[in-house]
Design a binder for this molecule. Structure first.
Ligand code: BEZ
Length: 192
């Protein structure tokens, strides 16, 4: 299955002539920054919630057993906490490739803990992309994650690394933590 978004993202050239751009990370970007950055700061964006609603056939699962990774869904009044990276615009080519399975660049206001804000970029996989799986019971999401593994490793490693990174940021996320708890219960059952 191909959900290639590289060409679409390349056309989003709004920041191409800037010396640097802030990129908001809310998923793997919080715990895996495999690109050069100038600076990073805890940050948040408004009216979005993090959800394990995006399928992963290329990183944390396969075509026959897709994993689940996070995307953002609109939710009025919600705040999504994460980590912002100041990067040069050239880094987006790398990120477009790494996140080619349905994620699109979106310009957004990024807020910092000192109260300041700046326009930057966030990658979002909307319900319109072919790999989108959508809402499910959090216990079922945990079950799917427990059974998925892809070229980037077990889907459970992704979940656990994200939950740990949010704990380190002191930004609890009820959805992520509930799925982590269900995963722990499933693994404990397997041992008995
Ligand atoms: C992020 O961690 O912000 C991210 C998630 C998916 C695709 C690109 C970025």
């Amino acid at each position: 299955m191909s959900h290639d978004t590289i060409a679409i993202n390349r056309r989003m050239d709004r920041f191409d002539r800037h010396d640097s751009v802030w990129l908001f990370g809310y998923g793997s970007l919080i715990f895996k920054a495999d690109f050069p950055f100038i600076e990073r700061r805890p940050a948040s964006i408004g009216n979005w919630s993090r959800r394990f609603w995006q399928g992963s056939h290329d990183h944390r699962g396969t075509e026959s057993a897709p994993g689940r990774v996070v995307t953002l869904v609109p939710e009025l009044g919600a705040t999504c906490h994460g980590m912002a990276y100041l990067v040069t615009p050239e880094e987006f080519a790398h990120l477009d490739h790494r996140e080619k399975n349905g994620y699109l660049r979106l310009a957004t206001d990024i807020g910092f803990e000192d109260g300041s804000a700046i326009e930057g970029i966030v990658y979002i996989a909307t319900h319109e992309n072919a790999a989108f799986l959508g809402a499910a019971d959090e216990r079922d999401i945990a079950r799917q994650i427990a059974g998925a593994r892809g070229p980037s490793g077990p889907n459970s490693d992704y979940l656990l690394a994200l939950a740990q990174a949010l704990r380190e940021l002191d930004k609890p996320d009820a959805h992520v933590f509930a799925i982590e708890r269900h995963l722990g219960e499933l693994l404990a059952q397997q041992l008995t």
